[in-house]
Design a protein around this ligand. Structure first.
Ligand code: AMP
Ligand code: MG
Length: 905
């Protein structure tokens, strides 16, 4: 066969050497099966038969062989040619009936293939094209009944008297990629001969596919086979069952075969450079590409144990080279990758693995599956889910028969990259399961592969975790466009200054109302001024910390304002907290003054008073003789306004130093909420919880009213519903956990709200969907963020939840804030790939109080490029960007749950 020589010439020297060695080793020659022996299926055929029984309507194993012909075609001659090929190859006349539950082979001696003629001659060019596509895709989709149908069928389309299309469809159980080459070669020479009235120039075949199947059965009992099987058992031991690429949709419980293809080309010069690089590395182009592909998978999945399937023709015995049939086998190339590894190292490792795999390639994959018995899981293919293939071009260009490629819209695997070496370029397609991936995800993946290859060429010694993936456009989008959040807001003012401005605008509007008692803006301001004067009189030092141990009440609001007005920071001390916790905060923050009242004095009485405390003020006992005038102290907006303690669930609680500016950027001229004069904002959070920041300052810096909601009410949906109605509350902030509980009982109670913000932990799509359906507020907002970036970093206005959503998105960075998803090397990760969320912008806290080391660990200075340094906070949260710029929360670092292999170190 001439094309075998062509193919041999495309092998690298070491591949050829290997091949020769193998050929020498093969003493066991395949000969015709003994007459009278029952014809059996090969191993691969058997498994395909079982796959067929599982899903008889699947078209995934149809094998379209579509060819166009230029010239004067004699259809009758073509039919004779095809029938001669069918006569020569028994397999093309075989079908596989079930007998006693087992597959059997039935060969039909006198089977005649007839081509259905279809004339498209009276259509114009465009109509012809679309009709050809349509017929081709119908043909490719029409399933075979492999137990009784002929497994080859054909149509011949006439476009005009010198243009034809042959649509042949076969079932994979009788055909494979190499067969296509054999078939086409025979077609060419027979057509030439028959059309000139000559006899067939082809010698009769000495063996048939069934002889191979018979031989294979014997061979599998040999010691050589056992050695190979042992090799694979060892090589694949302990492999993780699934390569978890980040998918766009949750994996269906039962793997589907719906697919699509993205076409991909790598230009001449890069291809040439890759060939050169391969030569330098003393390996094949395939190995270089495989190494790059595994790096891509490693970077996408975060998994270090990567297994990729790669098809091989399995025609290394000369006696089966010219036989049509399903010989193709799949080898698994499994590699352990690690961050520090260089491409150079990996490619050598892959070379070793590949050579060993070629050396043990005779075991049919299906026998391997039988032997290894991987845990059966219907939702993905066993042993590997991703395939990478580099095929030599089957079709030389000087022929009149040209391959017509068609997207079959199926996918046998999660992802299958199928490349061809065209003369000078690499071209091919990335076939993906459409139940897992969106088209744009795979398109991006292709681009990343291109960038990665260029990166490898530039520096093959670079460690694989640092090689570039992103295009410049993507980098710009992730870094700049999606963080272009600046708005005009009073960033240089202080909270109490802005409050003062509001007092002049709306002196008589109700500012705060707890327990049916209210204070207007003017009254609140006067009381706060008095307290500030008093605090000054007892020598409150600017910038010192004042504890507020009060129930949520009008007085508490007066207290925090008074503290700000005297230039100090407030530290909420929830009187319901355990004494040790309160004691810890008092000591840790070196609180100088504590404001309490008769109601909460009990909590203070339990504390041991340390040296930092200078006064404990019962504010209901103080007789304010002081003036109601404002103090005029110079406080800057970057200075601290309050200290909020982290929960301490991951170590010692730390005091987060929140600046004025952080609060102002949270509530003024922002994109996720719009509070105005007349709005009535429920205040339900304990003051020690950062959501209280949004409630209190969201109202007071915008002319709204704070309406206190007792804790018991929040936890009782009916009471809450009643309070919302009675108090005309129209803005509400609730912890996600509480929202879930409420939705479980009554999901209608929020329908009158203008805005409902929830947050604090991952929300369940189930309950959120229910609220949307039964009583959606005008705006329903998922607010995400750590205290270290002042309550909210990103927000998602939930308009609808997709049917199969597993999470509620956390949206986009809020105004004057920025979000970056980075890997362990602090490089931007691509859209769709999980990484750690880093936040930045005007909400960033000034670090942890008195903890320079912890602050330096979590608040970092990051240099994006020379001279472009930004301060970032590492959230410890795993997130990923969606293509529309919304963030999805994937998990937390300290949850102990390992997500897709991603860990944050
Ligand atoms: P804290 O600093 O106590 O407010 O906790 C912040 C952490 O709570 C974040 O880092 C997230 O892990 C989690 N979190 C807050 N809001 C959300 C949200 N909307 N969705 C998912 N997780 C959230
Ligand atoms: Mg929070």
């Amino acid at each position: 066969m001439a094309s075998l020589n062509d193919r041999l010439s495309q092998l690298s020297p070491e591949q050829r050497q290997l091949l020769a060695k193998k050929l020498r080793q093969k003493q066991s020659h395949i000969s015709p099966r003994p007459a009278g022996q029952k014809t059996i299926l090969s191993f691969a055929q058997q498994r395909m038969w079982l796959l067929y029984r599982l899903d008889p309507d699947s078209e995934a194993y149809n094998f379209p062989c579509f060819l166009s012909f230029q010239g004067d075609l004699k259809i009758k001659v073509l039919e004779r040619v095809l029938n001669e090929i069918v006569r020569r190859h028994e397999i093309l006349r075989s079908r596989f009936p079930e007998v006693n539950g087992e597959p059997t082979v039935k060969i039909i001696d006198d089977f005649k293939l007839t081509l259905e003629p279809i004339s498209l001659e009276n259509l114009d060019r465009a109509e012809q094209q679309s009709r050809v596509q349509q017929l081709a895709s119908q043909e490719a989709k029409n399933p075979f009944d492999i137990t009784q149908d002929a497994l080859i069928r054909g149509k011949i389309l006439t476009l005009d008297d010198h243009q034809y299309v042959l649509l042949l469809t076969l079932h994979h159980i009788i055909f494979d990629g190499w067969s296509e080459g054999v078939f086409k070669q025979e077609l060419e020479s027979l057509y030439d001969a028959f059309s000139q009235g000559k006899p067939s120039p082809l010698p009769e075949l000495s063996i048939q596919y069934a002889d191979f199947a018979h031989w294979e059965r014997q061979w599998l009992t040999t010691e050589r086979a056992q050695t190979q099987l042992d090799y694979w058992s060892q090589k694949l031991a302990g492999m993780s069952p699934l390569l978890e690429l980040p998918t766009d949709r949750p994996r269906p419980a039962i793997q589907t075969d719906k697919g699509d293809r993205v076409f991909w080309t790598l230009g001449k010069s890069t291809t040439e450079n890759l060939r050169e690089l391969s030569q330098k590395q003393d390996c094949t182009l395939f190995m270089t590409l495989m190494a790059a592909f595994q790096i891509l998978l490693f970077r996408y999945s975060g998994q270090e144990d990567i297994a990729v399937g790669t098809p091989i023709a399995s025609r290394i015995r000369p006696e089966i080279e010219g036989i049509i049939g399903y010989f193709a086998n799949t080898l698994i190339l499994r590699e352990t990758l690690s961050d520090e590894m260089a491409f150079n190292d990996l490619v050598q490792q892959i070379k070793e693995t590949a050579l060993a795999a070629y050396n043990h390639q005779d075991i049919p994959f299906d026998r391997l599956v039988q032997k290894l018995q991987p845990t059966r899981n219907t939702s993905f293919s066993p042993l590997f889910q991703v395939v990478f293939a580099l095929r030599p071009n089957n079709f030389t260009s000087d022929t009149r028969w040209q391959q017509l490629s068609l997207n079959p819209n199926t996918a046998k695997f999660d992802l299958e990259v199928n490349l061809r070496e065209d003369d000078e370029e690499l071209t091919g397609y990335w076939e993906y399961n459409t139940d897992l991936f969106n088209r744009d995800t795979i398109e991006r993946m292709c681009k990343h592969f291109t960038v990665l290859l260029a990166g490898i060429l530039k520096n093959p010694a670079m460690s694989i975790s640092l090689l570039p993936l992103l295009t410049n456009a993507e980098r710009h989008q992730l870094l700049i466009e999606w963080n272009n959040t600046a708005t005009d807001y009073p960033k240089d003012k202080c909270i109490h200054e802005l409050f003062g401005e509001q007092v002049s605008k709306t002196p008589d509007v109700i500012a705060v109302s707890y327990d049916k008692q209210s204070l207007s803006y003017c009254e609140l301001n006067q009381e706060a001024n008095q307290l500030a004067q008093y605090l000054q009189s007892i020598h409150a030092q600017a910038n010192s910390r004042i504890g507020i141990c009060l129930e949520r009440s009008n007085s508490a609001i007066v207290a925090i304002l008074g503290v700000l007005k005297v230039g100090c920071l407030y530290v909420p001390l929830d009187p319901h907290y355990p004494t040790e916790r309160l004691q810890f905060m008092v000591d840790d923050a070196q609180i100088s003054i504590i404001l309490s009242n008769s109601q909460t004095q009990y909590a203070i009485d339990k504390l041991s008073i340390n040296t930092s405390i200078t006064s404990i003020v019962k504010i209901d006992r103080v007789v304010y003789s002081e003036s109601q005038e404002s103090l005029s102290l110079a406080v800057k907006s970057h200075q601290g306004a309050y200290i909020n303690y982290t929960s301490g669930s991951t170590g010692v609680p730390k005091g987060v130093l929140v600046p004025h500016r952080g609060v102002i950027r949270l509530v003024r001229n922002t994109n996720y909420i719009d509070i105005r004069r007349g709005d009535r904002v429920g205040q339900a959070a304990t003051l020690a919880f950062d959501m209280a920041t949004l409630e209190i300052w969201g109202a007071l810096l915008n002319g709204g009213s704070i309406i206190g909601i007792p804790k018991e009410t929040l936890l009782d949906p009916w009471a809450l519903a009643h309070t919302i109605q009675r108090e005309h509350i129209n803005v509400l902030v609730v912890p996600t956990a509480v929202l879930h509980k409420i939705a479980e009982t009554d999901s209608t109670i929020f329908s009158t709200l203008k805005c409902l913000v929830f947050g604090g932990e991952a929300a369940s799509p189930h309950w959120i969907k229910r609220i949307l359906k039964h009583g959606a507020p005008q705006s329903l907002v998922n607010g995400y963020g750590p205290t270290e970036n002042t309550a909210i970093s990103s927000a998602y206005v939930v308009a609808e939840i997709a049917e199969n959503a597993t999470t509620v998105l956390i949206g986009k960075p809020i105004s004057n804030s920025r979000c970056y998803v980075l890997d362990k090397n602090r490089e931007l990760v691509p859209i769709g790939v999980p990484g750690e969320l880093y936040v930045a912008g005007d909400g960033l806290a000034n670090g942890y109080l008195f903890r320079p080391q912890a602050s330096a660990e979590k608040f970092i200075l990051h240099e994006w490029e020379k001279g472009n340094v930004e301060r970032l906070y590492r959230t410890g949260d795993l997130v990923r960007y969606h293509a529309d710029g919304n963030l999805e929360f994937v998990g937390r670092q300290d949850s102990q749950v390992k997500i897709r292999g991603f860990r944050i170190e």
